[in-house]
Structure formats: C-alpha cells, structure tokens
Design a protein around this ligand. Structure first.
Ligand code: SF4
Length: 317
C-alpha cells in the first residue's frame, strides 16, 4: 500500500540548506503499514544546498522567487512539478503526505511574502507541486506532516486512505452490482459518520431505480464515495452512528447494561472518553449476539487497531 511523500520527510538530505525534515511519526509508525514513493521537485532542478525559494506577491500575481536575489523561478518549478505529477498513475498511490510551509510541497497556508519591504505577508499560498497534485487527483487523500500531529486530522486522513484503497480495489475487481451493494453495505455507517447527505445519495445510486448501466452507476458511486470520505467526521455524526448500532442489540440486553452503554456513549459525546472505549463495548455485544450486519461494518474496524487512532479524546470534534 503506497503513499506519496515529500522526500525530506523521510530524512533525505534534499532541503535547500542540505538538511532534512525527518518526521518521527511517519518514519517510525506509518512505515509499518505503508510503502512510500518519495518526491522532491526542487532537487531535480536546483543543486543542494541552494538558495531558499519563496512565494512572493507582486501586483496581485504570486510567483516563486529565490530569497537571496529575487530571481523568478516560477516556470522551472512549475514545469518540473507538472512533469512529476503527470507521471503518477491513477492507482499508484493511496494518499500523499506533503511537507508543510514549503513553496513547492506545502498544501495550504504557505507564506506569501510582499514584494515591498513594508508590505504584509499572508499565509494563504499553496506550493507548486501540491497544486498540480490537487488538480490531477482532487480526491486523493492528502495531508501535511505538521497537521498529522493533530489526532483529529490524523484519524480522518488515515480513515480516508484505507477507504480510498478499498474503493479502488473494488473497482479493479470488475465488480457486479451485487458486489457494489455488498461494498456499500459495509461502508454505510462509516459514510454516515461523515455526512448524512452522502449516506442518502450513495444509497440512491446503489438502489439504481432507473436501471442505469453498471458502468454509469460505478462511475457515479466512485465520485460520490470519494467526496464523502474526504469530509471530516464529527462527534455529532459519530454519536448518531453509535445510537443506530445500539439499536441492533438494545432489546437483548438488561436495563443495567443499557444504562452502562448509553452512559459510555454520552461520555464520548462530552469528550470525556475516547471512541475506542465505546467501540470495545459494542464489539462485545456484536459478537455475543452474532450480528452479521454489524460485523461487516468498516466503521467498527476502519484501519489496523495498532494505529490507535481512536484512543484519544482529541481524535473527534
Ligand atoms: S519540501 Fe519538497 S521540494 Fe522541499 S526539500 Fe522537501 S521534498 Fe524537496
């Protein structure tokens, strides 16, 4: 399972100053689950070390310039970024981790400097390579290493990566409409935790009441599914999913057991305990009452448990 990555995050000495930006979480933990395809656009056009480059706004237009002599290098950096992105094939990567703040790799809030000494800088830029990547793969899961330090963004990103991979595996398997129904059924509660509208609309596509050809249904499903999983989950939606799931076994448990699980769910909603505490109790009942429909739900096991993404209260907002 491959992720694209800005090379310097793996420890490659390709930064302008000859250093690297090795990221511990990526190198020590994510490398257990993912292979990496690394990219350093700047190294392909400049020597290392090299003068730093930065985004500069002049007369409303943003260009890339060397910080020592203000030389305009926009064309060369854009050209190499385009070439690199063009070479990435459709199913080659399941996500991309980009180096924050870089005028080449930064995904958002890259600093744009004013061209005049007393002007104001703005944190609204995007790196040339990240821009090309977003244009060619609008729904490819993408994050910056800095943002992955936030448990909420980290959980959302990795959930998106695993769901993205599952969808492409389904599409490559030449699926029948029944395969699509099965896939959709397993993702119902995960989608629900992202957006009610997406949940409803995807259900309508799969129901295919107008009897449209399978390839059209799959194409529509793909676009909407990718859009759905790119949305961030919320505590409110996740709590609603928990209530739905609880509905499957509430008649089979005692009054005390009901009180216990409802209190646990409330505690999750109030950000007192992490989601994993609720999931553990739910799984106990799902297995005890052998509820096949719930056993298939990706929501209950969206990624390897060792990633411990649901073990922090801060992973939900
Ligand atoms: S941020 Fe991107 S261009 Fe800059 S050194 Fe890292 S990989 Fe290379």
């Amino acid at each position: 399972m491959k992720l694209g990555i800005s090379s310097c995050l793996l420890g490659t000495m390709c930064r302008y100053d000859g250093g690297h930006s090795r990221d511990k979480f990526i190198v020590n933990q994510l490398s257990e689950y993912f292979e990496f395809d690394s990219f350093c656009p700047e190294r392909l056009v400049f020597p290392t070390p090299r003068p730093a480059i930065r985004l500069v706004r002049s007369n409303g237009i943003v260009s890339i310039r060397t910080s020592n002599d203000n030389k305009d290098v926009t064309n060369i950096v854009t050209k190499i970024s385009k070439e690199l992105v063009e070479k990435i094939e459709d199913n080659q990567l399941y996500g991309f981790i980009l180096k924050s703040k870089s005028p080449t790799c930064g995904m958002e809030r890259v600093k744009i400097y004013p061209d005049k000494k007393n002007g104001q800088s703005e944190n609204v830029g995007i790196g040339a390579f990240a821009k090309e990547l977003k244009e060619k793969f609008p729904y490819l899961p993408m994050e910056e290493e800095g943002r992955l330090g936030d448990p909420w963004l980290r959980e959302n990103f990795l959930m998106q990566v695993f769901a993205y991979k599952s969808l492409f595996e389904l599409l490559q398997s030449n699926p029948s409409i029944n395969d699509l129904v099965e896939f959709h059924t397993s993702y119902k509660y995960l989608i629900y935790s992202k957006s009610h509208d997406s949940y409803k609309n995807l259900g309508n596509i799969v129901a295919n009441r107008d009897k449209r050809p399978l390839n059209v249904v799959l194409e529509d499903y793909k676009s909407l599914f990718l859009e759905a999983i790119s949305q961030k989950g919320t505590i409110k939606n996740t709590y609603n999913v928990l209530l739905h799931i609880y509905g499957y076994f509430k008649k089979n448990i005692t009054k005390e057991e009901k009180e216990e699980i409802l209190e646990t769910m409330e505690d999750f909603k109030k950000e007192i305990i992490p989601l994993i505490a609720v999931i553990k109790i739910i799984k106990l009942y799902v297995n005890k009452f052998d509820i096949e429909y719930l056993k298939k739900q990706v929501f209950l096991k969206p990624y390897p448990k060792e990633l411990a993404l649901r073990s922090k209260v801060e992973a939900y907002r």
